[in-house]
Write a protein of this length. Structure first.
Length: 191
């Protein structure tokens, strides 16, 4: 990396993952340079017809603007953590203005807010689970939620969100819950 070498090939059999990881972390070609070089490779795959769509994950508004200023193909999607407790209006508005779909990871707050009293009351009002309310909130905002579960009954429950709609007044209430609740850390804030 220090010599300008940018082709990185890792595999378990090579036994170089730890040293390559350290080199990337210590490399001056980080942040913007690394993001843009990676994006150019994705654009080539799209132009060559090898992939249908290309997108990003954990991009803040500044990352997206940097990318749009330097790309020929804009991202189709930005996968970010977003819930009523983490609304991210700056990223949402930017994505909306630039026709970038928001894919919501951890839409169920990793379970950390499912016992929230206000959410439980909202769920009771609609005869749904708190998880279903959170998923429906995402859908009504036109986000693509990615709920995680390994239990069959929860997977089925997560699909049962198309038979109701949250009323506007209740959506406004859910939207008012933004408290910048991040489940782990917020990569959108870093370069």
């Amino acid at each position: 990396m220090a010599a300008g070498y940018r082709h990185i090939d890792t595999a378990t059999i090579y036994g170089n993952e730890e040293s390559v990881g350290k080199a990337i972390v210590q490399s001056p070609a980080r942040g913007k340079d690394l993001r843009l070089a990676s994006w150019k490779a994705l654009e080539k795959l799209k132009k060559d017809g090898k992939v249908k769509s290309i997108g990003v994950s954990n991009y803040g508004k500044h990352h997206l603007q940097e990318l749009l200023d330097n790309c020929t193909i804009k991202p189709a999607v930005n996968q970010i953590e977003i819930t009523p407790y983490l609304a991210r209006p700056d990223i949402v508005d930017f994505c909306s203005d630039n026709d970038i779909v928001i894919e919501a990871y951890s839409p169920l707050t990793m379970g950390e807010k499912l016992n929230d009293r206000a959410l439980q009351l909202m769920a009771k009002k609609y005869g749904k689970s708190p998880a279903q309310i959170l998923l429906r909130w995402s859908l009504q905002h036109h986000y693509v939620p990615l709920p995680k579960s390994v239990r069959q009954e929860r997977i089925i429950s997560n699909t049962q969100v198309f038979d109701f709609e949250i009323q506007k007044a209740d959506m406004d209430i859910l939207d008012s819950w933004d408290e910048y609740f991040v489940t782990e850390w917020d990569p959108t804030k870093y370069d």
